[in-house]
Write a protein that binds this ligand. Structure first.
Ligand SMILES: [Zn+2]
Length: 165
């Protein structure tokens, strides 16, 4: 058991389905998109931006978004689809330059906002209980580090990305 909770955990059945689903941020009827027109990136080019999280317990976590408002992988223009692998590799490499990182996890949900984005989250070296899909659960459960620390680490990641070109 690698959940960050004490036992006993009791399985519960899924609730009734909610159809139609409520609008996400950036969809008609939903809240305004919080990604369009952002300028607080730690690195950006014409197509992509890399951003610090807020209230995060794992320094080195970043989220990456397309500059254009599209929903998912298949909505990206073909050129941006082609850029994505190289971009992910660059951001992963930048995060791996930090101390005590075992591995960088990539998570993509899209359930909260409709603007294409994904997360890169470092699993701390030796934190085996946070392997695989347990890392974001641990991230939510652990106390957030001061935002200044997140931003300081984000600056280091941004500098590596600028050096990488
Ligand atoms: Zn947007």
């Amino acid at each position: 058991m690698t959940f960050p909770f004490a036992e006993p955990l009791i399985p519960v059945p899924a609730g009734p389905r909610v159809i139609p689903e409520p609008p996400r941020r950036g969809e008609p009827g939903g809240d305004t998109c919080g990604v369009c027109n952002r300028d607080d990136h730690i690195w950006a080019d014409d197509h992509w931006g890399v951003y610090n999280p807020v209230g995060c317990s794992l320094p080195g976590t970043v989220w990456v978004a397309s500059r254009m408002h599209v929903d998912s992988f298949s909505d990206l223009p073909v050129q941006l689809q082609g850029e994505l692998g190289g971009l992910i590799a660059k951001v992963e490499r930048a995060i791996l330059t930090l101390e005590d990182i075992a591995r960088v996890h990539l998570y993509r949900w899209g359930d909260g906002g409709s603007h294409f984005h994904f997360w890169l989250m470092p699993r701390p070296l030796g934190m085996l209980e946070a392997s695989k899909h347990f890392l974001p659960i641990w991230e939510e459960q652990m106390p957030p580090v001061p935002q200044e620390e997140i931003e300081a680490v984000g600056k280091r990641i941004g500098a590596h990305l600028r050096d990488a070109g």
